[in-house]
Design a protein around this ligand. Structure first.
Ligand code: NAG
Length: 466
């Protein structure tokens, strides 16, 4: 019966009744500078974990051209995009954003049609040269932080011109059309000032709603970083500082829900308590101490949180379906597997396109901190979403949970290494062990493991119940 159920759900998803099929993961090029076990580069990425990986970030130079930020960006681009040799279904995008001397470089770039054309031309050749599949716009935000009000319409022009140019590039050069996505605001008042939602949303392949940073040490009382719903301590505009309100607002303005991705933070935000109270809405006057790896006051990576929650008092904010933890004068609002599950249920019920994770480098990517395997949050997210049916850009093992063992290319020492010589690309059963299967890609052999309890079936090219 469970086998039937699995297949039935899968078919529903294929015919788009179930649209949550994107698991988009951001990585940052500054995570390489964190000390010892916090150091993260694309070598730490499991190529089968996410459907899309987005590299943050690149900038726009004074000639309105896309350009790298770090000295070794091009080396890291190569390392990231070589993961597509292992998982050919993986898609990668490059984020353009940030600020230059505190000002968004988008402001000057969108100001004239000549500047926009220069940017678009440079982006197309840069993305192809470095083997990216698309671009992710991260302007925070049109109409804010020094950007004049008219930039809302300028952003619409940029988006429509980009898509037109991507279409033309695909046709003229006979190649797959580049993907277009954006990181977009979550607070309703920011959205209203920044975007012509109904005009821009249809042009994006997906929109990463930044459903986090709702509350932090800038607030006078404790509040959660990424709550699903409002709480009893919210009043006024803060009644809208939650996921449920943000997405409802985007949809009410005309965004197709299947274009929207719900943001999952792999970090929490901290406060320093200033009175005796330590619940939600307790008086606070700044951040708790910086984490030893992220070294920034106000937030901790999930792998830093693991240490804290071992000794802290844990609480669950039931009306917002998220956890918090407190120890001494430190207060932390964070996400764990349980809150991730609540949010997956929510995004499924509301027919969103999937999830995006900020960031891979703040999950316990090496598994060395939390004793829960590598990527405990993102793996949990993938499994929770995988149960809905296949994720879009993945191979056969996306049917059902992802293997807990990261697939690694076999070496010549492995007796199976020759399996794919002379065989066409594709998936093959491993007669010696039904819990594994081979993937052949360009003559190389890759051994994959099914999730515990599942075996490989050649009939569906998938892992399923025995
Ligand atoms: C979620 O948002 C919808 C639409 O704004 C609203 O009707 C509903 O009451 C909200 N749910 C909760 C639990 O706050």
């Amino acid at each position: 019966f469970s086998c039937f159920l699995f297949s039935a759900l899968g078919i529903l998803c294929v015919i788009h009744i179930c649209s949550a099929n994107k698991l988009v993961c951001h990585m940052t090029n500054w995570a390489q500078y964190r000390p010892s076990a916090g150091k993260f580069t694309p070598d730490n990425i499991d190529p089968f974990l996410c459907t899309h990986v987005i590299y943050a970030l690149a900038t726009i130079n004074s000639f309105n051209q896309i350009s790298p930020v770090e000295q070794n960006d091009e080396e890291l681009y190569r390392s990231l995009n070589s993961l597509k040799n292992v998982n050919p279904a993986l898609k990668t995008l490059l984020t353009v954003g940030g600020t230059v001397n505190g000002v968004s470089p988008f402001i000057a770039m969108v100001s004239t049609s000549e500047n926009r054309a220069l940017f678009i031309k440079s982006a197309i050749s840069f993305l192809h040269a470095h083997n990216f599949d698309g671009i992710n716009l991260d302007w925070e935000y049109p109409g804010h932080n020094g950007s004049p009000e008219g930039d809302k319409e300028k952003f619409t022009l940029l988006v429509t011109e980009l898509v037109k140019a991507f279409e033309a590039d695909a046709i003229e050069n006979k190649r797959t059309q580049l993907l277009l996505s954006a990181n977009a605001a979550a607070l309703p008042q920011t959205v209203d000032r920044a975007y012509e939602v109904a005009k821009i949303a249809p042009h994006f392949d997906f929109i990463n709603i930044m459903t986090y940073d709702y509350h932090g040490h800038w607030d006078p009382v404790t509040g959660h970083n990424s709550p699903l719903y409002e709480s009893a301590v919210d009043s006024g505009i803060q009644l809208h500082y939650n996921i449920n309100s943000s997405i409802a607002h985007w949809v009410s303005l005309g965004a197709p829900s299947e274009k929207l991705l719900l943001g999952f933070p792999t970090y929490g935000r901290t406060f320093r308590l200033s009175g005796g109270a330590n619940g939600l809405g307790a008086p606070a006057n700044g951040p708790a101490g910086a984490g030893p790896y992220t070294r920034t006051e106000g937030f901790w990576a999930f792998y830093e949180i693991c240490d804290f929650t071992n000794t802290a008092t844990l609480g669950w904010i039931s009306e917002q379906e998220v956890p918090y933890a407190t120890y001494g004068s430190s207060w932390l609002g964070y996400d764990d597997q349980r809150s991730y599950s609540s949010k997956v249920q929510w995004l499924t019920a509301h027919n969103l396109g999937g999830a995006h994770v900020w960031t891979m480098d703040m999950d316990d990517f090496s598994g060395s901190f939390c004793s829960a395997g590598d990527y405990p949050l993102i793996n949990h997210l993938r499994i929770s979403m995988g149960n809905l049916g296949p994720l879009s850009s993945t191979l056969a093992d996306s049917f059902g949970p992802k293997p807990t063992t990261t697939p690694r290319p076999t070496t010549t020492k492995d007796p199976a290494a020759d399996f794919c010589r002379g065989r066409p690309d594709g998936l093959y059963e491993n007669p010696a062990d039904k819990t594994t299967y081979f993937q052949c890609f360009q003559g190389n052999t890759y051994l994959h493991h099914c999730q515990p309890g599942l075996i490989y079936w050649d009939s569906c090219k998938c892992c399923n119940w025995p």
